[in-house]
Design a protein around this ligand. Structure first.
Ligand code: ADP
Length: 474
């Protein structure tokens, strides 16, 4: 782990082994950190904060840019690490590393634009102004599905805001996070500005959420864990950014370009084996085009090549672990029990190259309805469930009939309808004839039980800043 600029073992001396989800073989041994390591890291960040904050912004920005440069130079090696511990195809892993570098470039630029305001004042003998200042020590708790770019996105924003940061990566993907930590140290960040603690989530999280020196926590993960962290943060009134679960609707109207819609759906649904928080979870297809969409999607899904992500021909890798596989099986079994129709897939893959791995065949289910688990919970797997609808108001109401509101998608060629639906859907993000929701320049995040706050864009920096009012009597 990286604490106070040193590579250290866990205080307990214990380690754990991460297994490759494609083979079951060990990828590496990682320190099993606990409360003591988290305390150590928070103290290091608190000690580094004043110096980092006082560093001229041009130097802080340059350090972030250099980190991006290290990631680019090592993209091939880090991509292999991501694929080995997380499973995604090697090309996607490489794209993730490059996206992380781009995020750091963006934050390096945005660090220079932490502007305040001069506010028109009704009183003649007073002036009102605001400055935006770093909140202090920040904690970043990151998920396993995009293990490099999530660390870069959270730590990059915190560092650009001149905060010091403690990262706790997911237990499934510690090595990817440590590779980013290595890039930060090579880029010359001062000791303690970035710390990474691997190990037991509850004991490390308890310290990060309980310690008064930590003023902001940025978390990406499940809604259940987000709710727990929110309760834990109450005791010290921390600022929280939560990027939680989704139940993304993907709406295809009868006037949509069906080729475009189906190609986009197949791409965004099966990327990362369906394990992304913006993955469509409920595909609503207008009844008059349901048969055509089902047939085209099924054809496209049958052609997907499933295998070890290190093999160049692989398009869909394994799920992250066997628990994830069991959840997908449960959702598919429940849907079939309740009357869904299996169009393709529907089983785990075993034997031969799949031995020891957590592989599930890309699956399409039609005749899905809103009573099924697959339509109410995030499946986080390579399964597309198709529902039908007949009217615009009806489908907007159905799309909104969930406590979640992260990503959503609508395919139509009617401009008025595109606006009405985009405005009516309760979600943090709507893709209209598009599925590329994530960009360094753009605010990413959700509403309702999908979370609080935004990452990326100028809004992403606000999560790590406080606005201070200064009044001046003249
Ligand atoms: P998922 O179910 O997608 O793995 P989690 O919410 O369990 O989502 O995990 C997201 C991140 O939250 C991971 O880094 C995980 O280790 C961390 N985490 C899980 N439980 C806790 C906890 N009690 N305190 C702090 N972090 C936690």
């Amino acid at each position: 782990m990286l604490i106070a600029g040193e590579w250290v073992e866990a205080a307990s001396g214990k380690t754990y082994t991460r297994a490759n989800p494609a083979t079951g073989e060990p990828v590496g041994e990682v320190p099993l950190g606990d409360e003591r390591d988290a305390e150590h890291a928070v103290a290091a960040a608190a000690a580094a904060f004043p110096g980092w904050r006082a560093t001229p912004v041009t130097e802080r920005a340059a350090a972030l840019r250099r980190t991006g440069g290290v990631l680019r130079a090592r993209a091939a090696d880090i991509a292999r690490l991501i694929t080995s511990e997380q499973g995604k195809p090697i090309g996607a892993a490489r794209a993730e590393v490059l996206a992380a570098a781009e995020l750091l470039d963006w934050y390096a630029e945005e660090a220079r634009r932490v502007y305040g305001e001069w506010i028109p004042d009704p009183l003649p003998d007073r002036r009102l102004l605001t400055v935006r200042q770093p909140i202090g020590v920040a904690a970043a708790i990151t998920p396993w599905n995009v293990p490099v770019s999530m660390v870069a996105r959270k730590a990059g924003a915190a560092l650009a805001a001149a905060c010091a940061v403690v990262v706790k990566p997911a237990e499934q993907t510690p090595l990817s996070a440590l590779a980013v930590a290595e890039a930060f140290t090579e880029a010359g960040l001062p000791p303690g500005a970035v710390n990474v603690v691997t190990g037991d989530p509850a004991s490390i999280g308890g310290v990060l959420l309980g310690d008064d020196r930590v003023r902001a926590v940025s978390f990406t993960g499940s809604t259940a864990t987000g709710m727990l962290l929110m309760r834990q943060a109450a005791g010290t009134v921390k600022k929280l950014s939560l990027e939680l679960g989704g139940n993304a609707p993907f709406v295809i109207f009868d006037d949509a370009d069906l080729d475009l819609a189906v190609a986009a759906l197949a791409a965004v649904k099966f990327r990362n084996a369906g394990q992304t928080c913006v993955s469509p979870n409920r595909v609503f297809v207008h009844e008059s085009v349901a048969e055509a969409v089902t047939a085209r999607l099924t054809r496209s899904v049958r052609s997907l090549h499933v295998g070890n992500g290190l093999a160049p021909e692989t398009q869909v890798g394994p799920l992250v672990d066997h628990a994830a596989l069991a959840k997908v099986e449960r959702h598919v079994a429940d849907a079939l029990d309740r009357g869904a129709r299996l169009e393709t897939g529907g089983r785990r893959l075993t034997g031969g190259e799949y031995d020891g791995g957590a592989f599930y065949e890309p699956t399409v289910l039609s005749h899905v309805d809103s009573s099924m688990l697959i339509a109410t919970e995030e499946t986080f797997g390579p399964v597309a469930g198709l529902l039908t609808f007949s009217g615009e108001d009806e489908v907007v109401a159905a799309a909104n009939a969930t406590p979640y509101g992260l990503a959503s998608y609508v395919y139509t060629r009617d401009l008025g309808r595109a606006f009405r639906v985009a405005e009516g859907i309760e979600a943090g993000m709507v893709g209209v004839n598009d599925t590329r929701l994530s960009a360094p320049e753009a605010p990413f995040g959700g509403v309702k039980h999908s979370g609080l706050g935004r990452e990326g864009g100028r809004q992403g920096l606000d999560e790590f800043l406080e606005t201070k009012l200064i009044t001046i009597g003249i």
